[in-house]
Design a protein. Structure first.
Length: 635
């Protein structure tokens, strides 16, 4: 038979459901938040790398001029290369047949879908092996076009001709353009379909996987240089190159930073939850003082009272864990699934995360028990007389000891302040003075209340600070892409001709032809340090507003001058504006001047800006351009 004191505990749980729910949910909120963050962090950390590596991502990618299978065979024979594949990437406008919603898509042509060993395609629906004049779409296409298997895509060619391709499958490509948020969605066709689209059956992308040390940055950079040199020696121009580790998703650091922010907020919520628990338990013990006095009157010891209320708190904890643990697991997987969908990688399925479960149990038990121990201990020590009097201020000590009690600092200040106001004929109502005095009489309660309010305010301010900082950062990045429309061609056209044609269109405010180049920074020991992508707008461009960290921006007349992104500091931490940096550009090793350092997204190596006037000259594209930026009158 249950002992009376345990019946009392059970009665306290069910007799006042509103109070029980208040305590339980105060505990559950903190446990849930920690479970979601820790669980999502573990799931994403494991699944992001596994999903990415399981697709055999390319360690080296070259964006080149047209080439055929002979270059692929040459690269496959390079020592240290595991495999190499050529693909074709081109951009076309597309729509679902019978609709008017045009979208720009990247068309990827692969020679043999049954023999893909790099950047594998995972089936979502239908097939991942299109036949001639058929298309398979990547799932990101569905964000803008509600296309289904069996429907027909209409592609608009450069001459305005419309070509139709039936959709035979939907796939996920977690490797190609991983981490490139501005990349267009992909559509996959066979190389044999290219002539149907008025394109030559040649490749312009080279993807390579390495046989060893595919997660070593130094080895990857070395092999990138070897492969790029081999490609250029074969007479194929290289416009851009990059390398990537096999077991590290390009967006891993970004996602971890986001989860780190969420973890910090989760910890703040945990502190807030603990203070709410302490406040609630304090109120609970104050309500139960008379019960404690009666129990002591009939023979209950201090330890028995302490055990009763610690078991009561433990019961609150267990109920809260029963609610928070399963919800935390679902929330963790839901958050991970949301991030996976945005980043475009596959999760390995729902499962219980042991670390998150352990952390939830420890937090769900330890925090409430520690928060409630002091109030329970103080309550168990209370005397029968004081408990039954229902007067917190009554003391068992002798009257003379109360009389000699010193005034507190707050009481002294309030007394002097009251006298000062009285001299000026300003009288404060006595109830207000009493309430002010009572506020500071119970210092423990005051500190606990202030801590709760402080934590709530800190969370509120932290969330808005993070939001404002993030949007300010994104606005700063957008200043590098102020053009409303970008026109990219497969071959260069005269800037004057394109400018005249585009400016004749109503609503166009300005147009600029940009140049591009790719280079590698060279260390003092002649080894290659970092891949540099050079963007070259006109020196008087109005479509770039840089966020400079040091130095200046490019000006007319600059030659062999670069403004570098802050990513360069990873390899050259002491680099300053005015210094020389050795680079290898188009097979030549040269010294260029660093005129400035600007803030930019640290993805795919270092970005740099040069002047169109000089870059177009060294690339033999004077007064011509592959890419044009267009500004509209109404943004």
């Amino acid at each position: 038979m249950m002992r009376p004191r345990w019946r009392k505990v059970f009665h306290d749980l069910i007799n006042n459901l509103s109070r029980t729910l208040l305590v339980v949910f105060s505990i559950a909120v903190g446990v849930f938040s920690i479970g979601v963050i820790v669980g999502a962090y573990v799931i994403i950390s494991n699944d992001m790398s596994q999903s990415y590596s399981s697709n055999h991502p390319a360690n080296v990618e070259l964006r080149t001029g047209p080439f055929d299978d002979s270059l692929v065979s040459t690269i496959q024979n390079v020592r240290g290369v595991n495999d190499a594949e050529g693909r074709t990437v081109l951009s076309l406008r597309a729509r679902i047949k019978g609709t008017e919603n045009w979208q720009t898509l990247n068309i990827i042509a692969i020679e043999d879908y049954s023999d893909i060993n790099i950047n594998l395609l995972n089936i979502d629906e239908g097939t991942n092996q299109p036949n001639n004049k058929e298309a398979v779409i990547e799932r990101k296409v569905l964000q803008d076009m509600q296309v289904k298997v069996g429907q027909t895509l209409e592609l608009q060619l450069e001459n305005g001709t419309i070509k139709e391709l039936p959709v035979v499958g939907i796939v996920q490509d977690a490797s190609t353009a991983a981490g490139d948020f501005i990349a267009n969605p992909f559509v996959y066709i066979t190389v044999n379909t290219l002539p149907y689209l008025n394109e030559e059956p040649l490749f312009n992308r080279l993807y390579v996987t390495l046989a060893e040390n595919e997660n070593d940055n130094t080895h990857l950079q070395t092999m990138l240089t070897v492969i790029r040199d081999k490609t250029e020696q074969s007479g194929v121009s290289v416009f851009h190159s990059r390398f990537a580790k096999t077991n590290e998703h390009p967006m891993a650091s970004t996602v971890q930073a986001i989860l780190g922010i969420l973890l910090a907020l989760g910890i703040l919520i945990l502190f807030l939850s603990s203070s709410l628990i302490a406040n609630t338990l304090n109120a609970l013990l104050n309500q139960h003082l008379r019960y404690i006095g009666i129990m002591k009157l009939v023979g209950a010891s201090r330890n028995q009272v302490l055990q009763m209320y610690m078991v009561l708190i433990l019961s609150f904890c267990l109920i809260a864990l029963g609610i928070a643990v399963p919800l935390g697991g679902q929330g963790a997987y839901g958050l991970a699934a949301f991030i996976a969908d945005q980043i475009n990688f596959a999760l390995m399925g729902y499962r219980i995360v042991p670390l998150a479960l352990i952390v939830q149990i420890v937090v769900g038990l330890a925090v409430p028990l520690m928060a409630g121990f002091i109030p329970v201990l103080n309550g168990s020590k209370i005397s029968v007389v004081r408990a039954l009097s229902d007067n917190q201020m009554l003391e068992e000590n002798k009257p003379e000891q109360v009389e000699i009690k010193k005034e507190t600092f707050v009481e002294k200040i309030s007394l002097r302040f009251t006298k000062l106001l009285s001299k000026r004929n300003i009288h404060i109502p006595r109830p207000l003075l009493i309430s002010f005095r009572n506020t500071f009489r119970r210092k423990g309660r005051l500190i606990l209340t202030l801590f709760t309010l402080t934590m709530a305010g800190a969370i509120f301010i932290a969330v808005f600070n993070v939001r404002v900082t993030l949007f300010d950062y994104l606005d700063g990045i957008a200043d590098y892409f102020m053009a409303d429309v970008t026109l990219d061609f497969d071959q260069p056209y005269r800037v004057k001709d394109i400018t005249n044609r585009v400016m004749a269109i109503p609503g166009v405010a300005d147009i600029e032809g940009w140049a591009y180049a790719s280079a590698e920074a060279i260390n003092l020991d002649e080894s290659l340090a970092e891949n540099i992508t050079i963007l070259a707008p006109p020196s008087d461009s109005t479509m770039v507003t840089p966020n400079l960290i040091a130095g200046r921006w490019l000006i007319p007349g600059d030659e062999k001058a670069l403004a570098l992104s802050e990513q360069i500091y990873e390899d050259f931490p002491d680099l300053q504006p005015g210094d020389k940096i050795r680079i290898k550009i188009y097979g030549k090793k040269e010294e260029w001047t660093v005129v400035g350092i600007f803030k930019f997204v640290p993805q795919e190596g270092t970005f740099a800006y040069g002047t169109y006037e000089y870059i177009s000259k060294i690339t033999h594209q004077n007064n011509r351009s592959f890419s044009y930026r267009i500004m509209l009158e109404n943004h």
